[in-house]
Design a protein around this ligand. Structure first.
Ligand SMILES: [Zn+2]
Length: 328
């Protein structure tokens, strides 16, 4: 429902308020969109709308704004038409509702190899290796919980590609530790760096989130640490504003996101080392140790969960533990 018109950022522009969405202008004609009450944990992510501007882009461009369809419709009615939508990777919180942007007339761009996950949940299941540990029905239930609907057609891009929408330049920066296709987005002239799901998830200063996530076989802890350093370099050299999929906006040259992400990985390592100390007497392989560690709920409170969610979190924690144990 439309509520009222609000002037934000002095006289610079008018942002129309939409109930349940927080919309902030973070650079000229660049809006950060956040859905306030997502229906499930992996249903939504924050993203950017780049509004038309003479000499820049003719139509609004949507960057990774995975929010529920009713809000997509409202945004399009106010800021549309939206001809292009860029997805940053194929995790559920970035793909569930993208079909709504397609239905509103946008061409959907998504990174290889994860572009296929937007059109086919079974490819999402196999591509991320869920089939290592759970049945497809588990992922189907996860899809339903988060409102996943497939897109009809997605245009793949290579991570590293630079999009040019008229004169708007959007660089895609590969940050592969999180997933093979995962990219950050750099608005090159606006100097905005959206690091997507790299692992800065602080919604309020002083309130830690989970931090970096590397719960699939394909994730890499080593790569993750390189990605954090690389993202920091890009922010320091080429951007003045940092945004992400689940966090606060940060202004240059605050390095808090990077110290936070490194700290969270170190804390996970410490928890795992302490737990390993307590099962020193368990003989056998890393695999056997991981099975013991999984019972201890070190990273996720799995014992409080039931059904398919417990199965999913067990699989994710297995891979996170393994990446720590193998240092890979
Ligand atoms: Zn992700």
């Amino acid at each position: 429902m439309l509520l009222k018109k609000e002037t934000m950022n002095g006289d610079k522009m008018t942002v129309t308020a939409i109930e349940d969405l927080s919309i902030k202008e973070i650079a000229e004609g660049v809006l950060l969109v956040h859905q306030d009450n997502p229906p499930a944990q992996f249903s939504c992510c924050d993203g950017l709308l780049v509004l038309p501007k003479p000499g820049r882009n003719k139509n609004t461009v949507a960057l990774d704004v995975n929010i529920e369809p009713k809000y997509v419709a409202q945004l399009v009615s106010i800021y549309g038409p939206v001809k292009d939508y860029v997805c940053t990777h194929g995790h559920m919180d970035h793909i569930a509702h993208v079909h709504a942007w397609e239905e509103a007339g946008a061409t959907i761009h998504a990174p290889r190899p994860e572009h296929e996950y937007l059109t086919n949940l079974n490819k999402f299941y196999r591509g991320f290796g869920f089939n290592d540990g759970v049945d497809f029905t588990v992922v189907q239930q996860f899809g339903i919980l988060n409102g996943y609907q497939p897109c009809k057609e997605v245009t793949p891009y290579r991570p590293g590609n630079i999009f040019k929408f008229n004169n708007l330049l959007v660089g895609t920066i590969p940050l592969k530790g999180h997933s093979k296709g995962h990219v950050g987005l750099l608005l090159m002239n606006e100097r905005v760096f959206h690091i997507s799901c790299l692992g800065f998830d602080v919604v309020e200063k002083g309130k830690d989130g989970f931090g970096p996530w590397y719960g699939f076989r394909e994730c890499s802890l080593k790569q993750y640490q390189k990605d954090i350093d690389f993202a920091k370099m890009i922010f320091m050299d080429r951007a003045k504003i940092l945004t992400s999929s689940h966090s606060l906006v940060v202004e240059h040259p605050d390095d808090f996101p990077f110290t936070y992400m490194n700290k969270k990985i170190d804390q996970n390592q410490q928890k795992i080392d302490a737990a390993l100390g307590s099962i020193r007497d368990v003989p056998g392989s890393d695999e056997r140790k991981i099975m013991e560690l999984l019972k201890m709920d070190i990273l996720f409170p799995k014992q409080k969960m039931t059904g398919f969610l417990q199965e999913l979190y067990t699989l994710w924690e297995y891979w996170m533990l393994r990446h720590h144990l193998k240092k890979e």
